[in-house]
Design a protein around this ligand. Sequence first.
Ligand code: AMP
Ligand code: GLY
Length: 427
Amino acid sequence: MKVLVIGNGGREHSIVWKLSKSPNVEKIYCTIGNAGIFKQAEILNIDASDFISLSYFVIQNKIDYTFVGPEVPLAKGIVDYFHSKNLKIFGPSKKAALLESSKSFAKDFMKNYSIPTAKYFAFDDFKLAQDFLKTCWEDNKKIVVKADGLAAGKGVVMCQNKEEAEIAIKEMMQDKAFGDAGEKIVFEEWLEGEEVSVLSFTDGKSFSIMPPAQDHKRVGDGDTGLNTGGMGAYAPAPIATPELMKNIKADILPKILTGFQKENIDYKGILYIGFMIVKGQPYVLEFNCRFGDPETEVILPLLETDLSDIVVHILEGKLNEIDIKWSNKYAVCVVLSSGGYPEKYDTGIPIYGLDKISEDEAIIFHAGTAKDLENEPLTAGGRVLVLTSVADSIKLAIDKVYKSVEKVKFLKMHYRKDIAQRALKNG
Ligand code: AMP
Ligand code: GLY
């Protein structure tokens, strides 16, 4: 089979890496790729939002299916466009992708189908939102303010009180800090607890759950500093106890399926549920309609079943006919980032030491990298590389991955030294 993967981060490298291990996949194309992906896939230079050129390429090259990595093309309707051309594509429709691309749509969906979540109030008028804060919100009660649309993970502001919330809505609704994404906002009750990401394969009729993962969003050790796209992850996460997973499977997933059916939602892809565990009970914080980054970099190395086979079953609406097997090992990944990220950082810096790491020690997933004229890697983004090690325990996986991290060098390289330590505490 021939496959096209859309995207160019660590997530897409792990998808390409896994697909390349399938005996049924003879050729992988990736747009736009990076300095690691080109080893397993032919790189194309077509923008992910140029659906016409992408579909033309797929038809010309007789691609069997397209796998969409990031959320933006899904939110823009790439799946609907490909379906209109009779092309096979792995990902949710534009309407289904609203579960990620509109916070208020997702919250209404949760409310309508009794899915546990934080209380919320949505506004598309600044004055009404301001009045709500002044008259309805208790003084000094913490509140979360969210831009309704996609804001690359930056549209959520955690406010200690209503004064901070008022500043946040002003920035979003009046100053347009997140562009159109902030035209509408959602206020949410602030939930205290621990987060876990639970991803599932779905064909819209059933779910197949993956090992639960936990990422580390803050840039600094001990969860300090600014929020990032994610600085590391591990799976399975012991915070998601067998009892909690049973609860999610028996209660929350069936409610989501009912919602899909009642709302006529066509969903063939990955559903990522971000949970906050409050006193042992799962509350849905968010839905993402794609694989997570860096969660995918720890989940796919644990997948024993052929990923392409799973995709083919889902595209045929036969997810329940495939037995998906997971390793009983543990995976830990560490993100190596450019010093300064998530703010200003330099690019074009040579990366050394990758050739000293074997895949048994750590799998090297490239994120923000580019090639120089001799095909040697250079830094090209904030998150540069993701190293994943798999071992019989989280502790062993941590030790293994950090041994490999020490072999990599580039100027101003930064990484967190405490990835997965929380798992040792919970485990
Ligand atoms: P979201 O994109 O909605 O998942 O929000 C991004 C991050 O903000 C989450 O991963 C949480 O760390 C935090 N967050 C969002 N909503 C809440 C909430 N209601 N209570 C506490 N933290 C939240
Ligand atoms: N790791 C968080 C996300 O992919 O949205």
